[in-house]
Design a protein around this ligand. Structure first.
Ligand code: C2E
Ligand code: MG
Ligand code: MG
Length: 721
């Protein structure tokens, strides 16, 4: 399963990051644009307010200019105030008193040099000096006035008077066109209007502005301000107003709508992202499921062959790169096929699961436990001391399966053959590692199963050789080229031949000859044993049918014996060759029979039903147990040559043989001693109760004709093959 953890980085990389980036950019852009609109609205309003302020200032100037223009070009004024001395009363009545009205609040009459001839403010004459009121700009304005003589003849400007701004306008008092042809007098009429709060608020009202006010130059205006210059161009103050900031108003009014839209937009994106994350996760999960399913063995839940190969490739690369160690165990269950055949697949599956679970537990520290298919398993062990750990794991696997398992009340007993391969410093790749593990495993199989072999190069030679033997053997079987020789088995007392054991031989004319000890295991390993066994059985039965009065003993390999069809095969052979079933003995070895007790019992019973006897061969090697004799109802016990040799050397061996014979006797079994080579053995074993003998002392295995010959002659002994 791909965890949420593992897909999160991919999702973050492929979807989340670009989405957040895109959404973030859009949101920022949106806010930027909206904010820009608000700001622009404010900016336009400021510009507009500036223009209005400028207009307001202009309108004040215009009205003053209009008044000064109308009052300065006037014959009465030229007469009364144009020349010194001026008619003060007339001036009072004409201009002085009206300085109260509001359009202007101050009036001066000055001569060409700027001397104040008359001054009134707010309706009454005052002792103020125009030069003080207007400052240096007075002379400037008077000079400009002189320059503009020929036009309207007036000038205006804004001056600072006692911290307050005033608009001033002035014009030379002149005769009209009709009188004296618009000639100027010496004096100039000046009117002024202070920008007091009243004036400013009236202007503000008129121009729909708020809080129009004058501030000093150094004071920071909030939004916009218009700088006021004196006639000489000096900045003398600022006019400012309270900005309406329509952008801010809109922002205040609609800002939350924009925020809502942004929030909804983000929410929608979040939903979309969540949905796509889910989709992404599902797709990822199903992909991960598919991958892990294709890497898992359904039955046992272990890794399968594919996964194992991939893991081995990885670990091998790491081990090679780091110079660390690695071991692989290849294990194959012994006798699994028999459990499957006799108890059915369900029990077989249960057994595999149990074995898998056991192996997984035993090898819990291993890098991988895999089922390669059938009853084959592989374990990968890496890191410090991997070789030692692999051997320990394999040994535990063997002891784990030593106890039979009970499924559904049935006892299933299997063992395991294991091959171990340790990483060498040669260049072996994955394929080669597996081949070596396989070779070692086969070695364990051919060495009697239920054991562990560690791969060595010499095994390869052996295996190559075995392959060559198998190739030749197959051909010899097909051509019926093998021969069968017979070794007499004689009565212990009379030394008369009671029967013969059929022993297969490699063809005499072959360039290399192999003994059965070599080629029988090869036949078992390469799947040739059933054909070979059938060849010997039919050959021996056919031959024995020609003889009179003696039995023939045929060796049967465990693989043949466990074949459910074996009983039927024997029956057909007897029918075909016409041999009396009572004259046939089947020799089997013990080890395998114990592992497959139920199956063995069935087959032995079937043979007994046909009156075929069953002999337990090679008793005294490995597994021997008297209990088995009773349990499996053998007819005969063949003491192995190694036991026969031991009795003359070890008193304990003799006592063991004596006990065994006594017990066999009690169970009604015939006891045969194999490999008798001297008379001492004969005497000891006869005393111990052995009833038949077989060995070079009596006869080597010989050709069938020789048996025929001595049967006819009645010669019982000392033939040589
Ligand atoms: P086995 O069944 O125990 O056969 C007896 C073996 O002991 C034979 O070896 C025989 O030649 C040898 N032998 C008999 N008397 C003496 C003696 O006094 N001294 C010595 N040193 N050896 C003696 P052989 O023929 O080489 O067969 C070896 C094994 O190969 C047999 O052991 C049997 O297990 C197997 N074998 C032989 N023929 C067949 C066969 O047709 N089918 C099967 N499945 N196995 C066979
Ligand atoms: Mg035998
Ligand atoms: Mg034997």
């Amino acid at each position: 399963m791909a965890s949420v953890k593992s897909i999160t980085p991919t999702f973050a990389l492929k979807v989340l990051t670009p989405s957040i980036f895109a959404v973030g950019s859009i949101a920022i852009l949106l806010l930027y644009i909206v904010n820009g609109i608000f700001e622009e609205t404010n900016r336009l309003d400021t510009i507009h307010s500036e223009r209005l302020t400028t207009s307001a200032v202009g309108s004040l100037r215009d009205s003053l200019e209009t008044i000064v223009h109308d009052n300065s070009i006037w014959d009465d004024a030229a007469q009364k105030a144009g020349t010194t001395p001026i008619d003060m009363q007339w001036v009072d009545e004409t201009w002085g008193y009206s300085s109260e009205i509001g359009v202007y609040d101050t009036v001066f009459i000055v001569d060409a040099k700027g001397n104040t001839l008359y001054a009134a403010t707010n309706g009454s004459r005052e002792k103020i000096d125009a030069a003080d009121y207007i400052g240096d700009d007075l002379m400037l304005l008077l000079e400009r006035n002189a320059v503009t003589e020929n036009s309207r003849g007036l000038t205006s400007g804004i001056v600072r008077t006692g911290g307050v701004l005033s608009s001033v306008a002035m014009a030379r008092i002149r005769w009209t066109e009709a009188n004296n042809g618009a000639q100027s007098t010496d004096n100039t009429l000046i009117i002024a209007k202070r920008w007091d709060a009243k004036v400013l608020s009236a202007l503000a009202r008129r121009y729909a502005m708020e809080e129009l006010r004058f501030i000093p130059l150094d004071q920071q205006a909030g939004n916009g301000a218009v700088t006021i210059l004196s006639p000489s161009g000096e900045a003398i103050g600022k006019l400012t107003w309270k900005s309406r900031s329509p952008g801010n108003i809109v922002r205040a009014k609609y800002g939350y709508v924009v925020s809502m839209i942004v929030v909804m937009f983000l929410f929608m994106i979040a939903v979309l992202l969540y949905m796509s994350w889910k989709g992404f996760k599902e797709a990822n999960d199903s992909q991960a499921d598919a991958i892990s399913a294709s890497l898992r063995d359904d039955l046992t839940g272990l890794a399968n062959r594919r996964e194992m190969l991939a893991a081995l490739t990885r670990h091998l690369a790491v081990a090679r790169a780091e110079g660390s160690t690695l071991s692989v165990i290849y294990a194959d269950l012994d006798g699994f096929k028999e459990v499957n055949d006799s108890y059915g697949h369900e029990i077989g599956d249960l057994l595999l699961k149990a074995a898998a679970a056991g192996f997984a537990y035993i090898a819990k520290d291993a890098q991988m436990v895999a089922r390669l298919g059938g009853d084959e398993f592989a374990i990968i062990i890496t890191g410090q001391g991997s070789a030692g750990r692999a051997r320990a794991v394999a040994a535990s696997m063997i002891s784990f399966l030593a106890e039979p398992m009970i499924f559904d009340g049935r006892i299933a007993s299997v063992s395991v053959s294991a091959g171990i391969v340790d990483l060498d410093d040669d260049e072996a790749d994955v394929e080669e590692i597996i081949r070596r593990a396989d070779v070692a495993m086969y070695k364990a199989k051919s060495e009697g199963r239920n054991c562990v072999y560690v791969y060595q190069k010499s095994l390869d030679f052996k295996r190559d050789e075995n392959r060559t033997i198998a190739l030749q053997l197959r051909e010899h079987i097909q051509r019926r080229n093998l021969s069968v020789v017979y070794q007499p088995i004689v009565d212990a007392r009379t030394r008369k031949t009671k029967g013969v054991e059929a022993l297969v031989r490699w063809p005499k004319d072959a360039s290399t000859r192999y003994t059965p000890d070599v080629f029988i295991p090869v036949a078992e390993e390469f799947g040739l044993i059933e054909d070979l066994g059938y060849f010997v059985l039919s050959e021996a039965c056919q031959q024995a049918a020609q003889w009179d009065g003696i039995f023939v003993a045929v060796n049967v390999s465990p693989i043949q014996f466990m074949n459910p069809n074996f009983g039927e095969l024997v029956h057909q052979t007897l029918v075909k060759t016409g041999l009396d079933a009572r004259r046939l003995e089947i020799e089997v070895t013990e080890g395998f029979i114990i592992d497959n007790a139920a199956r063995a019992t069935t087959i032995i019973n079937r043979l007994h039903d046909m009156h075929v006897r069953v002999a337990l061969d090679d008793f005294g090697t490995g597994f021997s147990s008297i209990g088995h004799l009773r349990r499996f109802k053998f007819d005969k016990l063949k003491l192995d040559r190694s036991m026969v040799i031991d009795i003359l050397r070890q008193p304990s061996a003799l006592r063991l043989v004596q006990g065994t014979i006594a017990m066999a006797d009690a169970l009604g079994l015939t006891v045969v001693a194999e490999g008798i080579e001297d008379e001492n053995q004969v005497s000891v074993l006869r005393l111990a109760g052995c009833s038949q003998f077989q060995g070079y002392l009596f006869s080597r295995p010989v050709e069938a004709q020789q048996i025929t010959a001595f049967l006819n002659d009645g010669q019982p002994a000392a033939l040589s093959a």
